[in-house]
Write a protein that binds this ligand. Sequence first.
Ligand SMILES: [Zn+2]
Ligand SMILES: [Zn+2]
Length: 308
Amino acid sequence: MMLRPFSKSGSFYKGNLHGHSSNSDGKFSVSEVIDAYKKRGYDFTCISDHLWIDNRFCAETVTDASKYNTHNFIAINSAELHTRGKKYDKENLWHLVANGLSKDFKPSNDEENIQDLIKRAKGDGAFISIAHPEWYSLTFDEAIMLKDCHSVEIYNHASTVKCNRGSGIYIADFLLNENVKTLLTSTDDSHSLEEDAYGGWVFVKTKELNEKKILKSLIKGDYYSSTGVVIYEVKLEKRLLKLKFSSSNNIMVSGAGHTNISSHGYNLTNAELDLENFDSPFFRITISNQFGKYAWTNPYWFNELDLD
Ligand SMILES: [Zn+2]
Ligand SMILES: [Zn+2]
């Protein structure tokens, strides 16, 4: 059987979930950011300006970019949410990316704790990601406090190119080991359109390009993350995994603890891996090419798959 999102009807839409404009600490205006992503071939982007009570680097309202929407490009109202309580952050602030917020969503304040903020943003219908875990040394104790978020940013492009702290895989795998059904995202966190843009994105499978459909597919996990590798098919026949993808060298399947199997070669475009003895309740697939570009599927849980 074909696994999601490849089993879903519709098309793949490419989008950046995390980026800033001059409404907070970004360099370019909302319309400049949108034009740039549009020209680069994206189908949607999210202007997730910092939303917090400190106006030195934060906006006081959600950036409403929907007026720039056209038939083939949309901006999803978003914000990077903050509230106090994060260890190791210079300002003691938590960072969460919320995609699909209503434009009157209020900034947090000193009274609201992180769980209440997550609850409020989810209640607003947003897709919430744990932002850049490695960039600000998110601890395991802190990650478990964020388990109600939908996803973990496993690749943050700005943190990768600015300080080589762009991964979130260790936090995602920790949560998966704790049986938290987290999803994974790859994002830019672009503050300019120069060094930190167009590095990490998601391909969302849905029937139409509109905010509601994209959000619904994100929340259901009907998407995969990429920095340059394209995945065409993920099939599971009994326990034989069959993959098709753009030219790559390393195909890796990871599960609980240190469970993994992998397959390697030059310029491969398909692979088969036998999961018969794969001792884990879940697996996720990572594919990388010779240029150091990646694609990551969301985790699959065996007990949710209808296997014979
Ligand atoms: Zn941040
Ligand atoms: Zn950010």
